[in-house]
Ligand binder design. Structure first.
Ligand SMILES: Cc1cc2nc3c(=O)[nH]c(=O)nc-3n(C[C@H](O)[C@H](O)[C@H](O)COP(=O)(O)OP(=O)(O)OC[C@H]3O[C@@H](n4cnc5c(N)ncnc54)[C@H](O)[C@@H]3O)c2cc1C
Length: 426
């Protein structure tokens, strides 16, 4: 009881501190916009701070930089997708049609809006390699260039790697282009529509949300959620685990726990061998196994990548290898971070941006320590119900709500990214 009250006050404190921070930042950003100069002298081109990836971590790193970047530097964002892909909505849009376009946000326009003149360049492309500059690496230097699959190379003074992870739907769409992404979502909708029996593999957030959405939108389907652990959502608190279990059971989802299933390569239907029986399904959806996109760092500095493929960093979020002072990482790609979500990625992106600016200014860098409130999560439990969960390690609160919009409140995320909701919302 007492710990619950303390948690409520702590949460209100966090919300208040966010509001104060935003209010303080606004005038600073305004002054910066009018005082920033890309060129320090006519013969000296601006140095590039390159951000690879413009999802949660990369976007918030770039936004922070655009509002604080010292004169003489500019921000270059390289992103392989045509649009920001709103992952949180993918489980829902795998089930419900008509909203798919809202999950693809033209984030380049949002960043442009934060940028002083000449401070920003957007490049749509995939980074293949990092080539460090021999002369400046080691010691306090560390500049270099990145090479894209197109062959273009871009020099960097600082580099932020925010390349996240790859997976298949319902976790990631696996396509670079908006039209292809929409087609991929519609392909899954069609498979779900045609199947009478559906197995959802993986009882993490994506699996729970997908199973609940299918069963609440299409109650006639037989939906089985299969999870390898003893409880659903095993990385979250016990109250949330129980709430998800109860709600899915109420919806009529069969839940199989402690079942580690092996699928044949590319298998999306047919038989699954459980401990006690083999069961056949018309459609099998995998909600497990995201692989980190760390190839550019593993090729440059194998010791900076863990066996799981995540990037090892120092507390300042510079990569672990001391030879590379100017390379940072943020977001889901990081190794050793217990809570991986959009909020944490945004915090890490902002911290990395601040550290780049501090380093340019000769100030000591900040250290990243994950805080409990980065784990605040909103999760849907079917079309009509959801739960907001907070856990400070001592107490856990689950607040249930009804009536979340069918499109998962997509317009909020568009506004958060500084993009005006488009014709997708008409
Ligand atoms: C189904 C689902 C639901 C979720 N729901 C929530 C939620 O409710 N709340 C929450 O806080 N979090 C949620 N998350 C987690 C959240 O989406 C991730 O933590 C977040 O997306 C991580 O952001 P990121 O920027 O680190 O990486 P990513 O989102 O993976 O983005 C990486 C970016 O880098 C780009 N990239 C990769 N390699 C290259 C390259 N070589 N060159 C150029 N670009 C490259 C990619 O195209 C991509 O845009 C959810 C995740 C999933 C899958």
């Amino acid at each position: 009881m007492i710990s619950g009250i303390i948690l409520t006050f702590k949460t209100l404190g966090v919300i208040l501190s966010y509001m104060v921070q935003a209010a303080i930042q606004f005038p600073y950003a305004l002054i910066h916009r009018h005082t920033y100069r890309a060129l320090l002298s006519p013969n000296e081109p601006p140095k590039n701070i390159v951000v690879i990836g413009a999802s949660f971590a990369g976007f918030f790193a770039a936004k922070e930089l655009l509002q604080t970047v010292p004169s003489g530097y500019r921000v270059v964002v390289v992103e392989k997708n045509s649009h920001f892909q709103f992952t949180w909505a993918f489980p829902r849009f795998c089930v419900l049609s008509g909203y798919e376009g809202r999950a693809f946000i033209p984030v380049r326009d949002g960043l442009k809006g934060y940028a002083p003149p000449h401070a920003f360049r957007w490049v749509t492309g995939c980074v293949e390699r990092i080539i460090p500059d021999e002369k400046t690496n080691g010691g306090s230097g560390g500049e270099g260039k990145i090479v894209l699959t197109s062959g273009e190379s871009i020099e960097y003074a600082y580099l932020i790697v925010a390349t996240g992870a790859t997976a298949t739907l319902p976790s990631r769409v696996g396509k670079n282009d908006k039209a292809e992404g929409i087609a991929e979502l519609q392909r899954v909708q069609e498979r779900i529509g045609q199947a009478e029996t559906i197995a959802v593999l993986g009882g993490g957030a994506a699996g729970v949300e997908l199973a609940a959405d299918i069963k609440s939108y299409r109650p006639e389907k037989e939906v089985t959620l299969i999870h390898s652990r003893g409880s659903l959502l095993n990385t979250y608190g016990e109250k949330l685990q129980q709430a998800a279990f109860d709600e899915l059971t109420k919806l009529g989802v069969h839940i199989c726990l402690g079942e580690r299933v092996q699928l044949a390569e590319g298998q999306t239907e047919g038989e699954i061998q459980l401990k006690d029986e083999a069961v056949s399904f018309d459609y099998i959806v995998k909600c497990v196994g995201q692989s980190p996109n760390s190839q550019v760092i593993s090729a440059l500095s194998p010791s900076s990548v863990s066996p799981s493929g995540h990037i090892r960093t120092r507390p300042t979020l510079q990569i672990a290898d001391m030879d590379f002072h100017n390379i940072f990482a943020a977001g889901d790609i990081l190794d050793g971070i217990p809570l991986k979500n959009g909020r944490a990625a945004c915090e890490q992106g902002q911290l990395v941006a601040r550290n780049v600016v501090r380093d340019i200014q000769g100030r000591a860098m900040l250290q990243y320590h994950q805080r409990w409130w980065e784990g605040m999560t909103k999760m849907t439990l079917g079309l009509k119900k959801g739960v907001f969960t907070i856990n400070d390690g001592v107490a856990e609160a689950c607040i249930f709500f009804k009536g979340l919009p069918l499109d998962m409140g997509s317009h909020h995320i568009w506004s958060t990214l500084g993009v005006k909701p488009s014709e997708e919302f008409q």
